[in-house]
Design a protein around this ligand. Structure first.
Ligand code: SF4
Length: 459
């Protein structure tokens, strides 16, 4: 699936390094797949905060000169694809707030589902919001709370409902927190010089040479100060519901979420998909690049059929979602993907994809394969059908656009022009991810079982 789903953000932070901004740049660069719309880095030294942010890719917004102007030993950074609050520079993170009691910086991945009632309540109490981002709510709550800094953070977080991985920079300390359901991932690592790093995905640690220490637990707040980690929980009411789509689609294959490798789970999903929906006498198995390659390898292995690279992605074309109209989106796919005709011509092809959202991309790819001479195209999807919107920071399109809500599998198969179509079952994806770890996953976009109250958000 070519960018029909958009993850909201990635966060990266570092505490205790002379090269804080530089390392954050590389950390964000490795999280670029989580958001390409805007980015920012906030650094703090003993005296001041310095923030630089802009719209575009990490390598477009920052250069060596800008990074050298960001002096400090603590930094937080953010890459963004806007959902809640929309676009605009005021919403680009990190957000920096200057208050009577000192400054406060925040970077957030996720979505606060009770943001409207909280905002209304805060405005009645005199809070003035400078952005339309739900992230700003946390700053106002912290400002209004009293007590020790850690108590103010905990009491504020306990009022938020929804998904979050927060990095909060204040009082020469870095606070990191994860929502009580564990919906969004967040891991801690350490550099060889002792500096602590924190990131949405562990692939960011690889690139900077940091060692993974552990994942932040659901409901946990960790304060990093004076080189020490101090853990506390803002609530005892915690569950484990990491977003299943992190494994299926968003995260990089080299990342480990909750110590489980993403590539391995995708490959396993491909194997299970073969058991659940086999195709006989396959000539070749291919995957839609990039996130469906692992599942295609798994399917081919289980089917004892050859895996081949049948589709090539042009990495240098802008991402499809930049183009606003459906017609342009369809043209975008053609620009981005090409078929290796000799691989598919006169063959019975099984094509693995990670998901179907609107169906237009799948229809286009099946069309490309048939135009290239494929005899049959059997589509296998390594996620269950998406029938419900996500309220936890993932843009799954509007309900009306979700094609699996409007069509049966047979109708959808016909619509995309495939010879057969099958999705992995919920049990199948659960087994692929957590076979040896009986933990929960959020699968609300497949089954409508939301893990939180939805407040004024409508399904
Ligand atoms: S609803 Fe879907 S995309 Fe959203 S957090 Fe849950 S599993 Fe992830």
């Amino acid at each position: 699936m070519e960018q029909e789903l958009h993850e909201e953000c990635g966060v990266f932070g570092i505490y205790g390094s002379k090269n804080a901004a530089n390392i954050t740049y590389y950390g964000l660069h490795s999280l670029q797949h989580r958001g390409q719309e805007a980015t920012g880095i906030l650094v703090k030294n003993e005296h001041e905060f310095t923030l630089y942010k802009g719209e575009g890719l990490v390598s477009e917004v920052f250069n060596a000169k800008k990074i050298s102007q960001l002096n400090g030993d603590i930094a937080i950074g953010h890459v963004r694809y806007s959902t809640a609050g929309g676009g605009g520079i005021a919403n680009v993170q990190p957000l920096l707030f200057r208050t009577m009691h000192g400054s406060l910086g925040i970077a957030h991945n996720g979505n606060i589902v009770n943001s409207n009632p909280l905002k209304e309540q805060l405005e009645k109490q005199g809070s003035i919001f400078s952005s339309t981002s739900d992230t700003e709510i946390l700053a106002h709550l912290i400002k209004r709370a009293s007590g020790r800094m850690i108590d103010r953070v905990c009491i504020s977080l306990s009022q938020l409902e929804g998904s979050f991985a927060f990095l909060i920079l204040m009082d020469h300390a870095l606070f990191i927190a994860r929502d009580r359901y564990g919906l969004r991932p967040l891991s801690i690592g350490q550099m060889s010089d002792g500096a602590y790093v924190v990131a949405s995905e562990t692939c960011a640690f690889e690139v900077i040479g940091a060692k993974f220490i552990r994942d932040v637990q659901p409901g946990e707040v960790i304060r990093i100060k004076d080189g020490q980690l101090k853990s506390t929980f803002y609530t005892k009411n915690t569950t484990h519901h990491l977003c299943a789509m992190e494994y299926i689609y968003f995260s990089r294959p080299d990342s480990h979420l909750e110590k489980i490798n993403v590539h391995t789970t995708r490959k396993q999903a491909g194997k299970i998909l073969y058991e659940e929906a086999p195709v006989q006498d396959i000539d070749v198995v291919i995957g839609v690049p990039d996130s469906s390659i692992s599942a295609a390898i798994g399917y081919a292995e289980a089917a004892k059929a050859p895996y081949e690279i049948g589709l090539i992605k042009n990495k240098y074309v802008g991402r499809t979602f930049i183009q606003p109209t459906q017609q342009m989106r369809e043209q975008g796919v053609r620009m981005k993907l090409s078929v290796i005709s000799s691989i598919v011509k006169d063959k019975k092809v099984v094509m693995l994809d990670d998901s179907i959202v609107r169906g237009t991309t799948s229809k286009r790819i099946v069309g490309l394969l048939k135009e290239a001479g494929a005899k049959e195209v059997h589509v296998r999807i390594a996620s269950p059908a998406i029938r419900f919107p996500c309220f936890y920071g993932v843009d799954t399109s509007t309900v009306e656009e979700l094609i699996s809500r409007k069509m049966t599998i047979d109708q959808l198969c016909q619509y995309i022009g495939a010879d057969s179509l099958a999705f992995i079952s919920e049990k199948g994806i659960q087994t692929a991810i957590y076979k040896d770890h009986p933990q929960g996953l959020c699968m609300a976009c497949f089954n409508g079982r939301y893990v939180t109250d939805l407040y004024d958000n409508e399904v």
